[in-house]
Design a protein around this ligand. Structure first.
Ligand SMILES: NC(=O)c1ccc[n+]([C@@H]2O[C@H](COP(=O)([O-])OP(=O)(O)OC[C@H]3O[C@@H](n4cnc5c(N)ncnc54)[C@H](OP(=O)(O)O)[C@@H]3O)[C@@H](O)[C@H]2O)c1
Length: 259
């Protein structure tokens, strides 16, 4: 039996820090309250995510072509083996800007192109991964009973409707709010059908990565986190969060965020 951590979107700076920490085998990172060690990390990215460290933990690096549904199914088929038992899943994909789009400052800047692109990466892609992981969890439950699995999907505080004081950043905000609603709806179905899976919508805080780079000027030093700090916090949160059939919307400090 292989107890695995699955990291999707492995070229994210935060994902790399998570992989490093899992490879280093820091406790409680490889052992949870059931005493089952993570013995394998499966990382998935569009680019060939490079090996990070030598470690007794096996690191399988898989490539996904373009996050289309067909390419996601292809990769899922490679990981859904009888001996694999997923204990942690991290879905890290997210886009805020690229060469062709910037977060909107006002209504006039909204565009069909940006809305579709941002929703595809931030909402549709994680949703499709969870759709195709559902049968994997179902098989695991039949095979391994109620072995818990924490599924962390990277959301953002900016997706909170209740917390929206500033406005702006329409596509990113709305795509993360929509992601939260998908996760909430899925949590209800998981509770009924696969209650050993715990869903977490996670806000890492402003973290020093390519995603936040152009917007870091107004962030004070203490509020700009390193990916390593966020990875440590997140692994601690997993250790402290019980499997309770609910979706938790948590920040880096394990504090709940209002919806
Ligand atoms: N950094 C922050 O301040 C901050 C704050 C709040 C929330 N977040 C969220 O945290 C998560 C990780 O972000 P990060 O800061 O680590 O960003 P990052 O280093 O820029 O990583 C970008 C991530 O998005 C994926 N991605 C980029 N373009 C994509 C596309 N066209 N289709 C599918 N996936 C694509 C990448 O996957 P590949 O591995 O395939 O390249 C990678 O996982 C994101 O969901 C982000 O919204 C970040």
């Amino acid at each position: 039996m292989t107890f695995s951590a699955l990291i999707i979107g492995a070229n994210s700076a935060i994902a790399k820090a998570l992989i490093n920490q899992l490879l280093q085998g820091n406790q409680p990172l490889t052992e949870d309250s059931t005493g089952r060690h993570i013995t394998e990390i499966i990382s998935i990215s569009r680019t060939d995510n490079e090996p990070l460290l030598h470690s007794p933990v096996i690191h399988r690096r898989l490539q996904v072509q373009d996050y289309s549904e067909a390419s996601i199914t292809e990769v899922i088929n490679q990981i859904n083996t009888e001996s694999t038992c997923l204990r942690m899943v991290f879905i890290c994909n997210g886009i805020l800007h690229d060469g062709n789009l910037q977060p909107e400052k006002n209504i006039g800047q909204l565009s069909e192109f940006a809305l579709q692109r941002v929703f595809t990466v931030n909402t549709v892609t994680p949703t499709l991964w969870l759709k195709h992981l559902f049968p994997v969890f179902d098989r695991q439950k039949k095979q391994h009973g109620n072995t818990p699995c924490h599924v962390v999907v990277f959301s953002a505080r900016i997706g909170s409707i209740g917390d929206n004081e500033l406005g702006g950043w329409y596509s990113y905000r709305a795509s993360k709010a929509a992601l939260n609603m998908v996760l909430k709806t899925m949590a209800i179905e998981f509770r009924r059908r696969i209650p050993n899976v715990k869903l977490i919508a996670f806000h890492p805080g402003t973290t020093d990565t390519p995603l936040s780079k152009p917007f870091q000027k107004s962030v004070s030093k203490e509020k700009l986190f390193s990916p390593e700090f966020v990875a440590t916090q997140l692994l601690k949160i997993i250790d402290e969060t019980p499997v309770d059939g609910e979706l938790s919307y948590l920040d880096w400090d394990n504090k709940p965020i209002i919806w």
